[in-house]
Every structure is written in structure tokens, then in C-alpha cells.
Design a protein around this ligand. Structure first.
Ligand code: AMP
Length: 616
């Protein structure tokens, strides 16, 4: 007998989830479903994302609600729009074979009238983010008098995001005798307090150990000099050719810079952070979900609730300020029973943070060595061999060309041909990693090898041309600007001539452009209060602006070239690049606001908000 049937789930639902590949209940489903099916208890479930929570509460809800009625009977609150959509879609899938089930997703950043219309038509399950829910309650547009169940999903995240008051206000609109089911990855005091205030003797369930990350996650760290972080990161990526990862940074600026450098170096990467409009975020997320992006560079806030399966690596380019966020970050991998790796790139001073993390999550972190050049080259070589072995040959299409191909290679031996094909793909790697230095340092901070200028070349270039300042703007190609539009947009607002503008480098969601040093102030002045589609246009000096005081740089070779040209490495443009970055606190070069927390331990989680939300 199907184990879900045994748990008491009706056949229609079991059929639907079987189609989704649910063969047996996950741990939380197995333990929570029997309790929640009684409908008698408040419930607290301590479980990471990816454990199957949605079905753990969703399946019992489908058993409890009366779908012949069209009033809201269940309210699910969750922190983000992504999660809201995910949950409502999941519920609809579970209910595929039950008639008259109506689920509405209520979230900000989308047209409210559509959501109101759906509510008016009649729904039984409302899945909502707190802000938009309150808005709808404020309009008297929803009747919660028949609500029997409230689910608070990712309660710690909601509190983290400052939704405490909103949750209180929403809960006060629901009947006293409803049951509340709370799910949270962690149990800080604030979540505990909600449980105390709103629940009566809740049934508590912990899946895994408290505060412990998913057992399927391997935690590794790499010890490198701050200034070598980016180069080390690229080596890790290059030695994992099938990586599908989320890279976490601490600030929006760092996120942009890493994404930009990666794009320039030819990787499939883009940034996700709080400065993007909802539309921009959706586009980035869609590309990531579709796997057109291999690396998603994100801030903690922007990545909340991202629910993408098969993420192979979470990379902490910078460790989070708060220890709790490490659990949230690493929980983005190893979902649905899969395995995953959480990697941290740390400098000497941050070793104590690793020890702290080990204590909190109860796991040992393994120190790994940044791969040496030849190792990376070997990995790439194996990938090429693998690709050649597995490529699908379309006999019909290739046959007509074969005589010509054969003739072309007639004079070459098999060995020669193989060598030449491999070199075609491969020379760029060989060149890039030729004599690449050892980036590992020992735990006291000594480098293994003295360096010359060449290792700096492994970093991306962000400098502007001489006499120009490189500026960042938070609009890009996804805003449907052509390069010409962008030039016009800048010149019209800044009231400067097109001649003052140097290179314009349009990315998906942002743009870098060069402006003659003497015109920079006009750009800032001109864009002081410019809106584009309701969003304030933001201009910043780019991370490592190539002011004219940086002369005489090494051409050590930013050979992390452009993979888009299929020439890959080596195809990228070369430019002069930054002078001495040793004081930079790392990759980005010369930003004073970086690394503020790098030396000491983590900030206490207990309720201290981040210094400035806008940084994320
Ligand atoms: P959740 O924690 O609810 O976000 O679920 C994480 C992922 O696991 C989702 O993609 C679910 O579709 C999947 N999933 C949940 N329960 C099961 C199950 N019993 N068997 C297989 N996959 C599941």
C-alpha cells in the first residue's frame, strides 16, 4: 500500500503526488501528517527548507477543508513572493484531482486587483506575504471568519525581515479557535515568543537536530588571502564544470561587482539583490531556474525563499554577518534528499568564525585546498573528453559533409587530430593556468609561494579608461534599453554631450558606463531625482573606478576570457587594470565599506537588525 495512503491521505491526492514523484513521505511528512490530520493541535515544526514542509502541512490541509464552501479556511503566511508562488503552485498540484479547490497567492509587487478578483470569486486557501495580506485586510476585502488553520512558514525568515507587527496584526483578524502551525528552520527567541503568544500547548517536532544544517550538506572552506579570493573562487568554479550554484555576498555592491567580473570573464552569472525591480528579479530568477545561468550572485535578503532544486554548491564569497544566515544560505543546496556542498572562502582572521559555525551547526568544516592550475586543467580536460564521448551525432545532417571533413584531415594521424581538437578547446585553459601560483596559505597566514604580478591577472578587470570614471547604473538590458537608448538617457539627464561618454557596458540588470572625469558631477546632479518606470535610478562610482591616478599597470593577463565567444578564456578584452589592491580588503579593490566584520566573530542574532537595509 502506498505509504501516504497509510498515513491517511486520500487517494486523489496520493495519485497527484505520485505523479510528482513522491514515493514515500519525507521525515517531516511522516511525523507531522498524522498529528496535523487530527486537526486538534497547534504545531511547531523545526525543519530546514527542502525537507518537504510544504506537503507536510499542505496534504493535511487538503484533508481538513470543506471545498464545497468558498470562504477562506486556511491562511498560509510566508516571507517572500517566490515562496508564496511556490507554495500556492504546490498546493494546486497536490489538489489536482480534487474538485473545486481554489488557492490564491497574495503577494506584493504584483497587480492587487487580480488578487482581489480571485478572492471575490471565492477561495479556500490563501497563501500570502504579510505586507500584501495586511493591505487586503485593510481594504476589508477578505473575510477570515471561517479560517480554521493558519500556517506560518519560514517563521524565522519572516521575523528576520521585520514582519513581526504585520504577523501580529494578521493573526488578530483570524478566529481565536483556529489552529496555528508554525514552521521554522531555526528557533530564535522571537519565534519562540510567537509560539508562546499564539499557541496552546503546541505539538513540537524537530527534524534533524536543532540548528543543525541538513545532513546531506558538506561544509568546506578555503583559506586564502583576501586579495586572492576572486581568483580562488574562479578556480573552484573551473574545477567544477557542472556547478549550478548560488554565490552569497554581503552587500549589493559586492554582489554587483562579482557578477560583473564573472560575466566579463565569460561565466554564466548574474546578480540578484534588493536594488532590482520585481521584474528584473523575476527575469534573473527565471534564467536561473531555466539553467541559462550557472551562477546566481545574491545577497541574503534577495535570496530568501529561493526554492530551486539541484543547486550543487552554495558559495559564501563572504561569510554572513549573522550566524543564522549561514544555515539559511547552505539550506539552498541539498534539497529534496540530494547532496550539496557549502563552500566558504575565508581569510586568516575569519578562521574563528568557522570554529563558531562548527559549534552552532554541530558539524565539522573541512579545509580544502584551492586547486592548483594543473588540477583545474585536468578537470576541464576530462570534461571535454566526456563531452566528446557523449555528444549526440546527427548522422543525417553530418553525412553530407563527411567526405569534405575526411579529406581535410586526410594528412593527419588520429593522434594529431585528437591533439588538435583538444587544443582548440583547451589552449585558453593551458594559457590561463600556465604557471598559476598556489593560492593557498597556511593557517598562520603565510603564502606558500612568492608572487609576481601574474596572479593579479586572474582577477576580473573593473577599471575605467584613463581620464574616465566608471559609473554603475541600476538599469540594464532587461529594462529594454539598447546601447543607443542608454547613451541618450545618460546624456539627456546629465545634460552632457555623447562625446563625454566612454564605454557603455550593459548587463542584464545594470549598466557600467564611463564618463569623462570632469563630467562625473553632472551625471550625479542630473540623476538626482530620475525615475524609470517608478523606480529611482541610482548612479554609483563603480567598485574600482579607473581614475587617472592609476598608471603603469601590469598586463599580467586577465585571461579569464570570454566564454561567450566560444574562444572562451583568452577572448576577453584586455585593459589596464588596477594598481595595488593589497589594501582593498580583497577582490573589489579599494572600497572602504568592505570587510567591516571580517576580523571578529558573528553578530549576535538576537534581534539586532542590520546596519542599513539598503546595503542588501
Ligand atoms: P519543500 O521543503 O516543501 O520546499 O520541498 C522540497 C522539494 O522536495 C520540493 O521540490 C518537493 O516537491 C520535494 N518533495 C517533497 N516531499 C517529497 C517526497 N515525499 N518525495 C519526493 N520529493 C518530495
Amino acid at each position: 500500500m502506498n505509504p501516504f495512503l497509510e498515513l491517511g491521505i486520500r487517494e486523489e491526492v496520493v495519485n497527484a503526488i505520485s505523479e510528482l514523484g513522491f514515493e514515500k513521505p519525507s521525515e517531516i511528512q511522516e511525523k507531522a501528517i498524522p498529528v496535523l490530520l487530527t486537526g486538534n493541535d497547534d504545531f511547531v515544526g523545526l525543519a530546514q527548507t527542502g525537507t518537504g514542509k510544504t506537503a507536510a502541512f499542505g496534504l493535511p490541509l487538503l484533508e481538513q477543508l470543506d471545498f464545497s464552501q468558498k470562504q477562506p479556511q486556511a491562511l498560509v503566511l510566508c516571507p517572500t513572493r517566490e515562496l508564496c508562488l511556490q507554495i500556492s503552485k504546490d498546493l494546486e498540484k497536490f489538489a489536482k484531482y480534487i474538485d473545486n479547490v481554489h488557492v490564491v497567492a497574495v503577494y506584493g509587487g504584483a497587480n492587487i486587483s487580480d488578487q482581489l478578483r480571485q478572492i471575490r470569486r471565492g477561495v479556500q486557501i490563501v497563501v500570502a506575504t504579510p505586507g500584501r495580506m495586511l493591505d487586503i485586510i485593510g481594504r476589508n476585502a477578505i473575510d477570515f471568519s471561517q479560517v480554521k488553520y493558519v500556517v506560518l512558514d519560514e517563521a524565522d525568515e519572516m521575523l528576520n525581515m521585520g514582519f513581526k507587527e504585520d504577523i501580529n496584526n494578521i493573526l488578530s483578524e483570524t478566529p481565536d479557535d483556529k489552529k496555528t502551525w508554525l514552521f521554522s528552520a531555526t528557533m530564535p527567541k522571537e519565534v519562540r515568543r510567537i509560539a508562546q503568544n499564539y499557541m496552546t500547548d503546541p505539538f513540537e517536532l524537530t527534524v534533524g537536530t536543532k540548528n543543525t544544517g541538513n545532513a546531506n550538506i558538506e561544509h568546506n572552506y578555503y583559506l586564502v588571502k583576501a586579495r586572492d579570493k576572486y581568483a580562488a573562487f574562479k578556480r573552484i568554479v573551473d574545477s567544477n564544470p557542472d556547478i549550478f550554484g548560488i554565490v552569497f555576498c554581503r552587500t549589493k555592491i559586492e554582489t554587483q561587482e562579482i557578477a560583473e567580473a564573472l560575466i566579463k570573464d565569460g561565466y554564466n552569472a548574474d546578480a540578484l539583490h534588493g536594488d532590482l525591480s520585481q521584474q528584473q528579479r523575476d527575469k534573473v530568477m527565471k534564467r536561473y531556474r531555466d539553467r541559462s545561468l550557472q551562477l546566481l550572485i545574491a545577497t541574503d535578503v534577495a535570496a530568501r525563499g529561493i526554492d530551486v532544486n539541484d543547486v550543487t554548491h552554495v558559495i559564501n564569497f563572504s561569510l554572513p554577518d549573522e550566524i543564522e544566515n549561514y544555515t539559511h544560505r547552505s539550506g539552498r543546496t541539498a534539497r529534496a534528499g540530494k547532496t550539496g556542498v557549502s563552500i566558504s572562502l575565508i581569510n586568516i582572521k575569519e578562521q574563528s568564525k568557522i570554529r563558531q559555525l562548527e559549534k552552532v551547526i554541530g558539524k565539522t568544516f573541512e579545509r580544502k585546498q584551492v586547486p592548483q592550475g594543473p588540477e583545474v586543467v585536468e578537470k576541464q580536460l576530462l570534461t571535454i573528453i566526456n563531452k566528446v564521448q557523449n555528444v549526440e551525432v546527427n548522422e543525417e545532417q553530418i553525412n553530407p559533409f563527411l567526405p569534405q571533413i575526411m579529406e581535410g584531415f586526410e594528412a593527419l594521424s588520429k593522434e594529431e587530430i585528437v591533439k588538435r581538437f583538444a587544443s582548440l578547446e583547451f589552449n585558453r585553459f593551458l594559457e590561463y593556468y600556465n604557471n598559476a601560483p598556489d593560492l593557498n596559505i597556511d593557517a598562520r597566514g603565510d603564502g606558500r609561494e612568492s608572487r609576481d604580478g601574474r596572479d593579479r591577472g586572474e582577477r576580473g578587470s573593473r577599471a575605467g579608461s584613463k581620464g574616465y570614471t566608471r559609473l554603475f547604473m541600476n538599469l540594464g538590458a532587461v529594462d529594454e534599453f539598447s546601447r543607443g537608448d542608454m547613451l541618450g538617457f545618460i546624456c539627456n539627464n546629465a545634460k552632457i554631450s555623447g562625446k563625454s561618454i566612454g564605454k557603455i557596458d550593459m548587463k542584464g540588470v545594470f549598466t557600467f558606463f564611463e564618463v569623462q572625469d570632469e563630467e562625473v558631477n553632472k551625471v550625479f546632479e542630473g540623476f538626482k531625482a530620475v525615475d524609470f518606470n517608478g523606480r529611482q535610478v541610482r548612479i554609483e562610482v563603480s567598485g574600482d573606478s579607473g581614475r587617472s591616478d592609476r598608471g603603469g599597470r601590469s598586463r599580467g593577463g586577465d585571461r579569464g576570457g570570454d566564454r561567450r565567444n566560444s574562444g572562451g578564456y583568452g577572448g576577453g578584452e584586455r585593459r589596464d587594470r588596477g594598481g595595488d589592491r593589497r589594501n582593498s580588503g580583497g577582490y573589489g579593490g579599494g572600497r572602504g565599506d568592505r570587510g567591516g566584520n571580517s576580523g571578529g566573530g558573528f553578530r549576535d542574532f538576537s534581534g539586532k537588525r542590520r546596519e542599513s537595509k539598503s546595503k542588501y
